[in-house]
Design a protein around this ligand. Structure first.
Ligand code: ADP
Ligand code: GLC
Length: 485
């Protein structure tokens, strides 16, 4: 199958969260299964890409968009990267979505409108890439949301033979790409699709809604999240649209990159370890404690957080639970960046308890690996979690996760109290302070019984979180989408 995977971020080139990891691992797995996978990604500033660079294709200026270039690069993992080069739109200081000051770029509608437009074109007979037209265009999150609409538009034109099918994947419904309705003219959204049945969201234009309305198939990144987002409580205003399209909506749990995240071969760790012996894990714990300025006490349970510091992730719940953790002699390490008030509160906690709490503000891949390897338990009390990857990394690294009973967390962690034989972590009874408190008490009790704790670790390390099964599920969604066109 010829698959175009369109995404605003892809590790290791550019990553702000889990979408970057998924964009690296899923296309590579599909390529390994024998499919022809092209990955469309904006060429942001400072991005370093290795591989065999092919001839660039010129994309002429069109409507509000300046001329651009499509540069194919054959990556070593079998995927062909298509870098969308348009310096006026993408070569900027700052991240993929926000400027250096953390504010959305004022022209995001155009920046991601172009990504969507080129993605759609690659699925039509007018594909700009000589000799290559996608069978399916797989769109990820709101930045690609207009692509299904553009494909539907191409299909509706009199001379258009056929186009690729479109699949829209929801990684996080909270980010919707909402812009003033005036941008509909610039973006070429036809008048008859600007209403409630089209892109309209409270008087504005929603790029994610466009994707949900026009895609041939919709997926969410876990089965539980696919159900949750059809309810008012978790639908962020789009639950009605999702309910109306529920026959086309499926939840597929993300996998993890089992090469990058394998404690037995992880080059980012000072000490490697596996199921046959956890000595290396103890050494990593010591290295982490020393590096973080914590007391190098092997018996102190070391809890960890690696996360965007936002409301979603329940960081305030971690702060609220901290006094009891400290009273129990536990330690906490946090790596993350995000909301200033959460950063400040964490920093204060570290200043007040330098031997028990360590906080690193920033993005640090190497430290993230050391924390997964060196910590004893991982905290993810998210208010909602479409899938979540760190709870899977944690299980692979013998670091039982303590998670909220939501989304992909629920689908990937087995509660040790409910199912002691197969437990891999602790699932909170509710996604709130009481739920976290109860789960922490259960974890601390288990910690005091080393054989039970070890069982929990080994259960998690025996899980297979590879991408193969999920990639097969995506292939069946692609086939259904093609059949349903
Ligand atoms: P989300 O995409 O909602 O942020 P996920 O759990 O799906 O959550 O993915 C987060 C990814 O980003 C993981 O790979 C995690 O290790 C990584 N990550 C998050 N914050 C940091 C950070 N400050 N430094 C390094 N890696 C981070
Ligand atoms: C989003 C979600 C996260 C998910 C990731 C990859 O960022 O917040 O739960 O794991 O996308 O799908």
């Amino acid at each position: 199958m010829k698959i175009l995977f369109a995404t605003p971020e892809c590790a290791p080139y550019v990553k702000t969260g889990g979408l970057g990891d998924v964009s690296a691992a899923l296309p590579a797995t599909l390529a390994r299964l024998g499919h022809d996978v092209h990955l469309l990604l904006p060429a942001y500033r400072g991005m370093k890409v290795s591989g065999e660079i092919g001839d660039g294709v010129e994309l002429p200026a069109y409507g509000p968009w300046p001329a651009a270039q499509l540069v194919p690069v054959k990556a070593p993992n079998g995927v062909t990267l298509l870098l969308l080069a348009c310096p006026a739109l993408y070569q900027r200081a700052g991240g993929p979505y926000v400027d250096a000051g953390g504010n959305d770029y004022g022209d995001n509608a155009l920046r991601f409108g172009l990504l969507s437009r080129v993605a759609a074109q690659l699925g039509t007979v007018q594909s700009p890439l000589p000799g290559w037209t996608a069978d399916v265009v797989h769109c990820n999150d709101w930045p690609c949301g207009l692509a299904p609409l553009y494909l539907a538009l191409a299909r509706s034109l009199p001379l258009q033979q056929r186009t690729a099918a479109s699949v829209m994947t929801i990684h996080n419904l909270a980010f919707q790409g909402v812009f003033p309705m005036e941008s509909a003219d610039l973006l070429g959204v036809p008048h008859h699709w600007r209403g409630l049945d089209g892109v309209e969201f409270w008087g504005q234009l929603s790029m994610l809604k466009a994707g949900l309305q026009f895609a041939d198939a919709i997926t969410a990144v876990s089965p539980t999240y696919a159900r949750e987002i059809q309810t008012e409580a978790h639908g962020v205003g789009l639950d009605g649209v999702l309910r109306a399209r529920s026959a086309r909506l499926r939840g597929i749990l993300n996998g993890i990159d089992t090469q990058a995240w394998d404690p037995a071969s992880d080059a980012l760790l000072p000490h490697r370890f596996g199921r046959d012996g956890l000595q290396g894990k103890s050494l990593n714990k010591k290295a982490l404690q020393v590096r973080s300025g914590l007391t190098a006490e092997p018996r102190a349970p070391l809890f960890a957080v690696v996360s965007r510091l936002t409301e979603q992730k329940g960081i305030d719940l971690v702060l609220a639970a901290l006094p009891r953790l400290l009273a129990a002699g536990a330690q906490l390490v946090v790596l993350g960046q995000g909301q200033p008030e959460l950063q400040a509160a964490l920093r204060k906690a570290a200043e007040q308890n330098p031997r028990q709490v360590a906080v690193t503000l920033g993005f640090d891949e190497g430290l993230a690996h050391l924390i997964e390897a060196g910590a004893d338990a991982f905290l993810m009390p998210s208010r909602f979690e479409p899938c979540g990857l760190n709870q899977m990394y944690s299980q692979a690294y013998g670091t039982p996760p303590i998670v909220a009973p939501v989304g992909g967390l629920r689908d990937s962690v087995t509660d040790a109290t409910k199912d002691p034989a197969n437990g891999t972590g602790f699932v909170m009874k509710s996604a709130d302070a009481a739920g976290l408190d109860d789960a922490l008490q259960r974890a601390l009790r288990t910690w005091k019984e080393p054989p039970l704790w070890r069982k929990l670790q080994l259960n998690g390390m025996s899980r297979n979180f590879g991408w193969e099964d999920s990639a097969e599920e995506y292939l069946s969604v692609y086939e259904q989408a093609i059949a349903a066109m």
